[in-house]
Each structure stands twice: as structure tokens, then as C-alpha cells.
Design a protein around this ligand. Sequence first.
Ligand code: NAD
Length: 257
Amino acid sequence: MVLAGKTAVITGSNSGIGLGVAWALARAGADVVLNSFTDRDEDHALAASIAAETGVTARYIKADMSKGDECRGLIDAAGRCDILVNNAGIQHVAPIDEFPTEKWDAIIAINLSSAFHTTAVALPKMRSAGWGRVVNIASAHGLTASPYKAAYIAAKHGIVGLSKTTALETAEEPITANAICPGYVLTPLVEAQIPDTMKKYGMGREEVIKKVMLERQPSREFATVEQIGGTTVFLCSDAAAQITGTTISVDGGWTAL
Ligand code: NAD
């Protein structure tokens, strides 16, 4: 098992991409720490099912990634943190002149500042372990823009920049830092938007997916959480030891346009 003996902390991992990344890292042999801001039985059950199926140690730790002290507390509570996946994220869509300040502040806190706080506490742990990987889940919107998503795009461009600085500060150590830039990924969040979009456009499921939702994704296919998980495992492998300070797009050609 390529990642046996490593511990991975994945923020925002009780659904969607974060959960897919946790499964992929666990299947590659890493112990995993799942996280979100809730503390429900089903959150802990996710960790239990990963442990039962893969044989790794899996824990769920509640921490609100909108709060700097809780971000830092998560990494403290994890004990080891060889692999840090900064994934927690939210979205709000509105024109800049109508964008609610509290939504701006929440998106910058959860999608960007949380990664600063977790990275600050994780790097000393990686240094004492003599190995580390920081994988930031950015977006095609970390490289390109769209209207009405000011906070999200500012945060995602910011996390690409943070990944580069983290890479430069660790360049002479066995630690790498990179950002994965997914296009549209079929997560429960995106799946839930399909019925309303079908109604709005009077289209069937396949037509709404290909013509409306994936209009900017030339492959006209969603990326999957398994593909983002596989890319994360690759970035944690020895083959990726000299890949640092860069972005990997998993976007069906979006950023080639
Ligand atoms: P999702 O809503 O399924 O996952 C978001 C995760 O973040 C959830 O586990 C949620 O509980 C957690 N979260 C939200 N607020 C939090 C907080 N305050 N503290 C801790 N955890 C919190 O959505 P997803 O699509 O899986 O998105 C995951 C990441 O991938 C996000 O950063 C998102 O921007 C990015 N992304 C998603 C897509 C896509 O098409 N789905 C594309 C590009 C990038």
C-alpha cells in the first residue's frame, strides 16, 4: 500500500469531493481524518465504513473551517498530518454590487483562510515526520473567471497562490504543495441542481447536463469524485515528488478554451 503509515486530514469531507478523496486515500493505505462542522452520528458512521472496508484507521473530527482557531484545532487534534487536503468550500452567486458582505466573508474564510490556518499547523508536523503533501482543492475558477461568483473566484485564485507560496517555502524539503483544479464534478450538490434546471429550461436530464451545466466543459462529461481522489493519490505518490507549486486541471478541457 503506497500510503501505508501516513495520516491524511481532509477538510470538508462528509460529502462530495472530500469524501471521495478520503476513500481514495484510505484505499491507498493512508489513515484518514474526516471533517465538517456538524457532529452527527452519520458523520462518524462515514469514518466507520471507510475503516471497515479498507482496514485503515478513520476518524471524524468536527471543526468549523470558517473559524481560524477551529482550523488549527483540527490539525492539532489529528495528531499526525502527513497529507493535508484543503477541500472545504461553499458558493454564493450574486452580482458584485449586490453580493452580501457576510457571504463574501464566509466564502473567503472557508474556501481560502482555512487553508492558511491548517497549513500553518500542518507544516511543522510534516517537517518533523520528514515527508509531507499539501493538496488544495481549487477549481477551474482558480484559473478563469465567471460573472456573479466574485468571492468564490477570488478565494480559488487565492488558494492557487497559497499553494505556490507553500511550495516555495518547502522547496528544499521532502514536502510538496499543489492545487487540483476541477471543472464540474457530479457531487450531491450538483446532482440536486439538475431537476430545477430541467424545469427551468424545459429540457431532459442529458440535454440539460450537456447544453446548460457543461456548456464550458468541452468533454461534456462531469469529472467524478473518484478522478479527483485518484489525482490526489498521484500527487501523494513518489512519482509526483518533483511536482510542486503547480496546478493540475481535471476539467474536461475547460481551461484549454
Ligand atoms: P459539497 O458541498 O459536497 O462539499 C463541501 C464540503 O465542505 C462538505 O463536506 C461540507 O460539509 C464542507 N463544509 C462546508 N462548510 C464548512 C465549514 N464551515 N467547516 C467545515 N466543513 C465545511 O461540495 P463539493 O462539490 O464536494 O465541493 C468540495 C470542494 O470542491 C469545494 O472546495 C469546491 O469549491 C470544490 N469544487 C467543486 C466542484 C464541483 O463541481 N462540485 C468543482 C470545482 C471545485
